[in-house]
Ligand binder design. Sequence first.
Ligand code: BES
Ligand code: MN
Ligand code: ZN
Length: 488
Amino acid sequence: MKFSISAVKKPLQTKTDVLVIFVPEGRTGSGLADAQPLDELIAQLVAEGDFKAKPGSTTLLLQPQAVAARRLLLVGLAAKPELRDWKKAIQAAAGVLKTLPSRQAHLLGVNGLDTLAELVPQVFSEVFYRYDTTRTVDTDDKPALEAVHVCAVGSEAALGHARAALQQSEAVAVGVRLSRELANLPANYCTPTYLAETARRLARHHQLDCKVLGRAEMEKLGMGALLAVAQGSAQPPRFIVLEYRGAERKQAPHVLVGKGVTFDTGGISLKPGADMDEMKFDMSGAAAVLGVFEAVARLKPKINLVGLIAATENMPDGGAVKPGDVVTSLSGQTIEILNTDAEGRLILCDALTYAARYKPQSVVDIATLTGACVIALGKVNSGLFTADDTLANALLDAGRAALDPCWRLPLEAEYAEALKSNFADVANIGGRPAGAITAACFLWRFAKDYRWAHLDIAGTAWNSGANKGATGRPVPLLVRYLLSQQVH
Ligand code: BES
Ligand code: MN
Ligand code: ZN
């Protein structure tokens, strides 16, 4: 889908397949100058009860006299719309446009042009996204819409800011799309090797640096925790290193670390069967890192960025790691694996140790780490854990601004007591209480040399039920965060 932005002199004269006008609640006109016939039409529709002007409601008219467009789509908006109200209204518009035979639509931003520009690419590609990589029959008709124009009344000169917002949103949309596609792919397609190939392809396409470590190289380095998870799987593990350079070499990079468990059976601590298919999404952290690189490579911000992805399956077999086994991590710390289903922290701890070699400005890991986080925060907020208040605020702000929110949970030494082991430096589980926090405390032990935050996306990375599928979160949050880290 193509997105563009332009200034129009006489919006009602625009020749287009669909003209979309947003009408705030309580207003009975278009808000446009010289729009008497249209305003009368809207007033009549409201008076007769055809158009409610309530947030998210829509009315579609074919060939109304008042406009030159073939169709007019009225979309209700909150009286004083905030960002999320705009999103709702744009979602409603996209939902209607998806069902029409129309190829192009013009969305008129009377007030809030910048907001419209910022949201339209992301919301439209979200609504129009369809997973069909492993399908052969089309279940529904392909939408006809090809081009979406955001337009404003006035001069081209006033569009600069909105145009930049549109382009940024488009880049994020492509990143989100890649992330969703990877996470939606079944685990027999999306293996650790496939993730590595995807990273290599991204690197080739956008001139990034990419390095992939196999089992032998991990052994040589001493990544005993990551290898312990991988040892029960027939699929070889991969440790992926991606590097983007947008600032001087001497500027310390930001590092993103992604959990890439391409399927989590639990291992010998086997998960129950119900909904186990959803554990193909257990590489959503890795998918987010790749999605962010896609967006960053397009936006070219003035930062340096490193992506680290620990990719493996978690399977039970005769060679699998067993409860009670003690392994030595890359940091040298020994770990008693009391539950093989707490595998995310095992692969991440070696990646976090690896991250220290970059002397990074910040490290953020992204992981579908705990069911406990889903219980605590549901599907609305990702869990945020960090001891650094500045970093916390930067991530919280980015999440709010990108409508991809996270919520800070405590990270305190007292919780780490639960991880005591009689046979190693640390145990990999801490019992049921505060399960998301004790998992974060485990990671914390390996992230002492730099500013670090952990995002638990177990609740936000995918939807279950009838709309089962990946969301692409927290790509929007992370891109915002990284853009905010540019030094001017
Ligand atoms: N990938 C899971 C976490 C998960 C579970 C995410 C359900 C989304 C939905 C993770 O590897 C896991 O199994 N965690 C265990 C940890 C426990 C054994 C301490 C969990 O949350 O049950
Ligand atoms: Mn697990
Ligand atoms: Zn897992």
